[in-house]
Design a protein around this ligand. Structure first.
Ligand code: 6GU
Length: 226
């Protein structure tokens, strides 16, 4: 899979995309991430990228020309399955959406800043708009990292334990059950006995019950949204 990311602040993308599981995916060539600095497409000697909004109002808007030039320099070489704009008014990122995007070959992500990008880009070049939650970030970069991480770890071969992506919270609309490791007793705090019993079927039943309980208490919406 190839993910290209257009950004005004490429430095913000560096660390999250160069560590842990995404680093491993890139090292194994299962994931190719290309970061494009939008500044290179800025207009004039000042490399201008934003301007005042028509009709007045506070906040600058990212101009159509630099961004479209940048997008088209990429689409001339690569056929993208989706051109995604990260924006708080987009479709909410969920596990099913991440699963769906992990099956694509080429994704182009666009990080916005200021008041956002000229609406004409959204109308004519963007194919999907995604938000990572109901709160406002300073720009799209952190959201692009979240989306890339959620997608990248689902690519076959990226996770060592192939089954572990399937047992994540949300993968079956259930939160994960509690987990424990050694020691079995710390001060007076004991691990639930069932987990030490060696009875695998009973352990699986217990885990399912715990997951269901946790979901009922913390996220009842997940159980009714089927
Ligand atoms: Cl995708 N961008 C920004 N700027 N803020 C957000 C977001 C995206 N998703 C939630 N808040």
């Amino acid at each position: 899979m190839n993910i290209s990311i257009i950004s005004l602040l490429p430095e913000l993308l560096e660390s999250p995309l160069n560590h842990s599981i995404i680093r491993r995916a890139r090292d194994k060539s299962l994931l190719d991430i290309q970061i494009i600095d939008l500044r290179n497409f800025g207009l004039g000697v000042h490399k201008q990228l934003d301007d005042y909004q028509f009709g007045g109002g506070a906040g600058m808007v990212m101009m159509i020309e630099p961004l479209v030039n940048c997008i088209e320099s990429l689409t001339a070489k690569t056929q993208y399955d989706e051109i995604i704009y990260l924006t708080p008014d987009g479709e909410l990122l969920t596990q099913p959406l991440a699963n769906q995007l992990s099956l694509k070959a080429n994704l182009l992500l666009i990080c916005g800043h200021y008041k956002g990008i000229d609406q004409r880009i959204r109308d004519h070049w963007i194919t999907k708009e995604i938000s990572i939650g109901d709160y406002v970030l300073s720009g799209g970069e952190l959201a692009a990292c979240v989306l890339t991480d959620a997608i990248g770890r689902l690519i076959p071969g990226v996770l060592n334990d192939e089954s572990s992506a399937l047992t994540d919270s949300f993968q079956d609309n259930l939160l994960s059950p509690p987990v424990y490791t050694r020691p079995a007793e710390f001060r007076d705090l004991k691990v639930p006995e069932i987990l030490l019993s060696g009875h695998q079927a009973k352990i699986e039943d217990w885990r399912y019950e715990q997951a269901l309980n946790r979901t009922r208490i913390r996220r009842p919406d997940l159980l009714t949204n089927e």
